[in-house]
Design a protein around this ligand. Structure first.
Ligand SMILES: Cc1ncc(COP(=O)(O)O)c(C=O)c1O
Length: 367
C-alpha cells in the first residue's frame, strides 16, 4: 500500500555524522579514542562563552529573545551592516534549509559543486527541485565556468562553500567576482563560509561582506560551530539583503536559536584570543599533516579549513579501508567514500597530542 510519504523525501539519505567516541569505545572495547572526524574545535569553546552560558542558564525557564536582538547587534557592528541584514539560525544548517524554503518552487533548480556539503542536496530535495551538481576540477576546486554554464533562467540558488567541504580548497575574491558576472540575475549566490576564520591571511581572500555591501546578489553564511568552538549549542548566522532576511523571518520557527546559544555566541564573537589560538593550532596541524604525508608519499589536498584530505591510493587501499584500520586503533577520521572522494580520507585537525596519536596510528596501519 502506498505510504503517502513524499517520494523525494524517501530518496534522501539521512545525514551520517562522524562516529561518536563512546560508540567506538563500546563497540571495539577501547578506553582511549581520538576523534578527528567532525571538524570541531579541538581547543573547546571560548571560556567566555562557557561563562556566559552559566550565567544565562538561570533564565532558561523563559523563552529566548525571538528576534535575537543582542546577538544581531553584535554581528551587525562587527561587519558594518544593519541588524535587519542579519539572520541567525540553529546552526548554519538551518539557514541553508530556510533559503531552500523561501526560494524554491517546483520547476526551479539549484546549482552546487560535486562533492559538496550534503545539506545543499537536502535543501533542493525537500522543495522537489532539480539539483545540478557540477564536478569539482582537477584540483578539487569548484569549476566555476561549468557551474555558470549549468545555470539558466530557473536557477534560484547556487551554494558555494569557501573554504569548501569536504576538500578544504578555496577560491579567490577575483574568481568569485568574475563568477558573479557570469551567472543569471535570477540566481542568488550563497557563499557558505563555515570555515572562514581559518583562511585568514590568504592572498586575494574572498571578502563576501564587501560583495554584499556593493549590492551583489549574495548571501553570506557563517557559523559558531568551527573556529568559535560552539558546535554543540547550535548557532550560525547569515548576512544578506533586508528583503531576504525578512523572508527568512517569515518562514523560520519563532524561537529558532535558544537563549544559551545566543549568550554563548555573543561572548565568543569577541573573544579574539580564543580565535587566534584556534587559528594557530589549526595552521600548525595542517602543516604537520602535509609534511607527514608527503614524507610517506601521500598527497594532500591543500586546505584552508580545519580538516585536510589525504589521497591514500598509493597504498592500494581505499579511504574506507584506512578509516576501518584507524578505527580499530581508536582514531576516528572520515572515509572519503561517503563524501564523494573514495580514494581519500578526511582528517579534522586536533590538538598537537591528538595529531601525534593519529600519526602513530597511521604508521602502524599503513607501515
Ligand atoms: C560547509 C558547511 N556549511 C555548513 C555547515 C553547518 O554548520 P553548523 O550547522 O554547525 O553551523 C557545515 C558543517 O560541517 C559545513 O561544513
Amino acid at each position: 500500500m502506498a505510504s503517502g510519504l513524499r517520494p523525494n523525501v524517501l530518496k534522501m539519505t539521512p545525514y551520517t555524522p562522524g562516529k561518536p567516541i563512546d560508540e567506538v569505545k563500546r563497540e571495539l572495547g577501547l578506553t582511549e579514542v581520538v576523534k578527528l572526524a567532525s571538524n570541531e574545535n579541538p581547543l573547546g569553546p571560548s571560556p567566555k562563552a562557557v561563562e556566559a552560558v552559566r550565567a544565562a542558564a538561570a533564565q532558561m525557564h523563559l523563552y529566548p529573545d525571538a528576534s535575537g536582538y543582542e546577538l544581531k547587534v553584535a554581528i551587525a557592528e562587527k561587519f558594518g551592516v544593519t541588524t535587519d541584514q542579519v539572520m541567525i539560525g540553529n546552526g548554519s544548517d538551518e539557514l541553508i534549509h530556510l533559503l531552500g524554503l523561501i526560494y524554491l518552487e517546483p520547476g526551479d533548480n539549484v546549482v552546487i559543486g560535486a562533492p559538496s556539503f550534503v545539506r545543499y542536496d537536502a535543501a533542493a530535495h525537500l522543495s522537489d527541485v532539480e539539483l545540478r551538481a557540477i564536478p569539482l576540477d582537477q584540483e578539487w576546486k569548484h569549476d566555476l565556468a561549468a557551474m555558470a554554464g549549468a545555470c539558466d533562467e530557473k536557477t534560484k540558488l547556487i551554494f558555494l562553500a569557501n573554504p569548501h567541504n569536504p576538500t578544504g580548497t578555496v577560491l579567490t575574491h577575483s574568481e568569485i567576482t568574475k563568477f558573479l558576472d557570469q551567472i543569471p540575475a535570477n540566481a542568488v549566490l550563497v557563499l557558505d563560509e563555515a570555515y572562514y576564520e581559518y583562511s585568514e591571511g590568504l592572498a586575494d581572500r574572498l571578502d563576501s561582506v564587501s560583495l554584499l555591501k556593493s549590492g551583489r546578489k549574495v548571501v553570506v553564511l557563517r557559523t559558531f560551530s568551527k573556529a568559535f568552538g560552539l558546535a554543540g549549542i547550535r548557532v550560525g548566522y547569515g548576512l544578506a539583503s533586508v528583503e531576504i532576511v525578512d523572508a527568512t523571518n517569515r518562514a523560520r520557527e519563532p524561537f529558532n536559536v535558544n537563549s544559551l546559544a545566543q549568550a554563548a555566541a555573543i561572548a565568543a564573537l569577541n573573544d579574539s584570543q580564543h580565535l587566534a589560538n584556534s587559528f594557530q593550532v589549526n595552521t600548525q596541524g595542517l602543516n604537520r599533516v602535509a609534511e607527514f604525508m608527503s614524507a610517506r608519499g601521500y598527497g594532500v589536498v591543500p586546505s584552508r579549513a580545519n580538516f585536510i584530505c589525504v589521497d591514500v591510493s598509493p597504498s592500494g587501499k581505499t579511504g574506507q579501508d584506512v578509516f576501518d584500520l584507524l578505527l580499530r586503533e581508536g582514531v576516528i577520521i572520515r572515509s572519503g567514500g561517503p563524501l564523494g572522494m573514495p580514494s581519500h580520507i578526511r582528517v579534522s585537525i586536533g590538538t598537537p597530542a591528538e595529531m601525534d596519536e593519529f600519526f602513530a596510528a597511521f604508521d602502524r596501519v599503513m607501515g
